[in-house]
Design a binder for this molecule. Structure first.
Ligand SMILES: *Cc1c(COP(=O)(O)O)cnc(C)c1O
Length: 384
């Protein structure tokens, strides 16, 4: 009997998303910075202890705003992990920056913070830690580097980091600037969307201007200036109220969404312990300073051949499991500009990592099907 496919990800409705979209239409304002934008921004700012928060059209757009705010110019250097999404680096390349790639930890895709100090030069303007799978990077040493170097800032790529913590501090509140994403593959979604967190007051006023196409329109709407004018560079970084309405519906269900995801993540983790104990594959490592958000559940296979065979085995049973990033230092676009250092741990993670289906509507029985198929692959048997 053919079984229904289990996708890797599935966009979902958790509460009042569609009602709020109708309400946005009824309110007669569909462009940005209306009621639902304000509600979402205030909620996120308060919940994560952010100094300022601006909704953006994507996590990518939030990173691009960060690069503009830091006034990144040709010749500036930006330190980025190689094992990440293109936008982490591309946002700075758009400003002419040279990307200096950092390797991953041996036991985690996150960048190896101990190696970053050696990459800092007088031209380094930013370090962009990516909290992979919502697991915090070790931020204290990075913040210390920023303090001891003039004009060096920390931009968190917290695209996957909503509801995660570094010690007691929410991700997104730790760096000078931070980017969240609400892309449909993330924990909290609105189709395409993001948030720029601004935790250093020097960036606050300008952020609002860049956000509003280089105008002081936000200040005008607050009644602070008599007319709005073109005062700086900028772009269309703010999302429509339709997206913000969907997002507001999700944010109101945030605890429920997270409870469900955490339960799914732990179900995988508990059930796969035995395989890890037998050395078949490694389970996700979470350092003691990190509290994660169940964004991704991945396995680290022993090598790429085994990983690809596992993906194929699951595929034959209509289960979509997927690899993740190809290291950017070896990408067709940037390889020639990379300084040539081998980054063995980023390369190893690219070859060994496989992500299992994890989404709001994933049922316990479908999860059991995934587990059974994995046990079958490794032991020929089934999960208990
Ligand atoms: C998703 C993601 C982005 C980009 O976010 P978008 O909202 O899709 O533009 C950037 N960095 C990381 C690490 C991501 O996971």
């Amino acid at each position: 009997m053919a079984q229904a496919p289990i996708p890797f990800n599935k966009p979902f409705i958790a509460g009042q998303e569609l009602t709020y979209i109708q309400e946005a239409v009824a309110r007669g304002k569909l462009s940005g910075n209306g009621y639902f934008t304000q509600q979402s921004q205030q909620f996120l700012k308060a919940r994560y202890d952010l100094q300022h928060a601006l909704l953006t059209t994507s996590g990518t757009a939030a990173l691009e705003m960060a690069a503009l705010l830091l006034d990144i110019r040709p010749g500036d250097e930006v330190i980025v992990p190689s094992f990440t999404f293109t936008s982490t680096a591309n946002a700075f390349v758009l400003r002419g920056a040279k990307i200096v790639f950092a390797d991953s930890l041996p036991n985690h895709p996150n960048l190896d913070v101990d190696q970053v100090a050696a990459l800092v030069t007088p031209r380094t303007r930013a370090i962009v830690p990516v909290h992979y799978a919502g697991v915090a990077c070790d931020m204290a040493p990075l913040l210390a580097l920023a303090q001891t170097h003039k004009d060096l800032f920390i931009v968190e790529d917290a695209a996957q980091g909503i509801e995660s913590f570094y010690h007691a501090q929410p991700l997104g509140a730790v760096g000078h600037l931070a980017a969240f994403s609400f892309h449909e593959t993330k924990n909290i979604i609105c189709g395409e969307g993001g948030l720029l967190a601004i935790n250093d007051p020097v960036f606050a006023a300008r952020a609002e201007i860049l956000w509003e196409k280089g105008t002081n329109r936000a200040a005008f709407f607050r009644g602070e200036v008599a007319r709005y004018q073109w005062v700086d560079i900028g772009s269309s970084f703010l999302p429509s109220e339709l997206n913000a309405a969907y997002l507001w519906g999700q944010l109101q269900q945030l605890p429920q969404i997270q409870t469900r995801r955490m339960a799914q993540w732990h179900r995988y983790y508990e059930a796969l312990q035995e395989l890890a104990r037998q050395g078949c594959c490694a389970l996700p490592f979470v350092p003691t300073y990190a509290r994660h958000n169940a964004h991704i559940f991945y396995l680290l296979c022993n090598n790429q051949r085994e990983r690809d065979a596992l993906i194929q085995h699951l595929g034959q049973q209509q289960i979509l499991a997927v690899s993740h990033y190809q290291p950017l230092h070896a990408s067709p676009f940037y390889q020639a500009q990379h300084d040539g250092r081998p980054l063995p741990h980023a390369t190893a993670h690219a070859g060994r990592l496989v992500r299992l289906p994890l989404y709001y509507e994933l049922s316990e029985s479908d999860q059991q099907r995934v587990l059974t198929a994995i046990y079958q692959f490794y032991t020929g048997g089934s999960a208990s």
